[in-house]
Design a protein around this ligand. Sequence first.
Ligand SMILES: O=C1C[C@@](O)(C(=O)O)C[C@@H](O)[C@@H]1O
Length: 442
Amino acid sequence: MAAAEFRAFQDYVKGRAKAQAEFDGKPQAGLGPFVLIGADRDSALLERLALVAKSIEGAGLSSISHGALSSVATTPTSAVLICANAAAESKEIVQVGGTAVVYVRSSGEREAWACDISSHEFEALAGTDEQIAADFSRLVRVLRCPPAPCLGPGSYFVSLTYPDVSQAMCKGAEWTPPPWVKSGKGDRPLHDGLEVRADLLQSQDPAFVLSQLALVRRQSEGLPIIFTVRSRIQGGNFPNEEAPFWQLTMIGLRFGVEYVDVEAGWSREGRHTFLAMAKRTHPGLRVIGSFHEIQRPLSAVTDQELCSLFTECAYGPQGSVDIVKVVGRAESAQCSIRVNQCAVQMRPHLPDSVNCVIAICTTEAGRLSRALNVMLGPTPVAHPSLPGVAAPGQLSALEIEGIRQTLGLPLNPFRGPDRDIDEAAKRQTSTDKDFKPPERTV
Ligand SMILES: O=C1C[C@@](O)(C(=O)O)C[C@@H](O)[C@@H]1O
């Protein structure tokens, strides 16, 4: 990691430094120049991508210069600085706050020197110039532009459960979006976001995770990526240890995901430090503050405890959490109603930065909560073509709309009639899928 803030956070995670970053609510203020590094053989690619970065409205990049890494300190913050083959250079760049150093490469081996001195990484997957430019623009926007409108009520994001997403994506010249992205009619994307559950991937090796993210972004039809690392105690498959969680979450930032999920079960100090760093260096990033209260049934959680979970999810530097998500474990339909009511009650007391709330329950008894959540915030969903559901009781968007219809609730008022939810889901339901809960540790 090269940018000063990234290095400081890595040191913090390794226990070598105290939390120090403060976030002043003006994330743009700390941005430095935008640096592209890469091997000599990729210099034409670097030149092309510098032009792409410069053309992005709102990114504040008005010129391109060429030079050595050591010239970063004197490069204007409005410049894209191209440093081809910076291998032999000093690491002075680590001292320059707010500077994004993007390691650009065409497919192939990652070079250790470039990984070491970069804060971000862009692999240009095979494809047309337009496809590569579209992928790169997304990284630039997260790093330089204000965030896109936040996912909100009525929207659905699919929780991907592939151990390897290449199972669902063709790697050939003609990239075909999978059915959880594009409807049979092919007019508009079916969902509003794609959640990459890094803990469910077959490997958490940085190179593998980065390549999975690159595939998803290429196939996403512009849908934002939500990057999640869920530990076992939180209903996922990752160890219940905080430092490895931050390290893997940093891989999501390194790639340039649009949303990151931060579980409120981790230490306040860790969350505060991470959020301060992440929001300062990624003005386009959105944060979902989550809590999974699933080790005990909701009947064992008092109203006061349940309400305070919403507040805890919003904890962080001012303005840093965009969405609050509380997940409980239901034993009856009553639990769904309770979690929903609690969300409605707490909503006005959350910080202004919180755009919306997600309040759902796991288990089959909790399905009602998913149908009710449609009015509160984005709803995580399954899809029949995925290998399984991400949580017990998770439903597809079509199933959720079906429940609303059956119960006589207003059909999703945020989705126009032109928005086909899913043809494939009419043939098979997500409930046919097996869910193998990770082993319980408590
Ligand atoms: O937090 C959530 C909610 C979820 O656990 C569910 O119950 O649908 C599924 C997860 O993938 C997601 O990150």
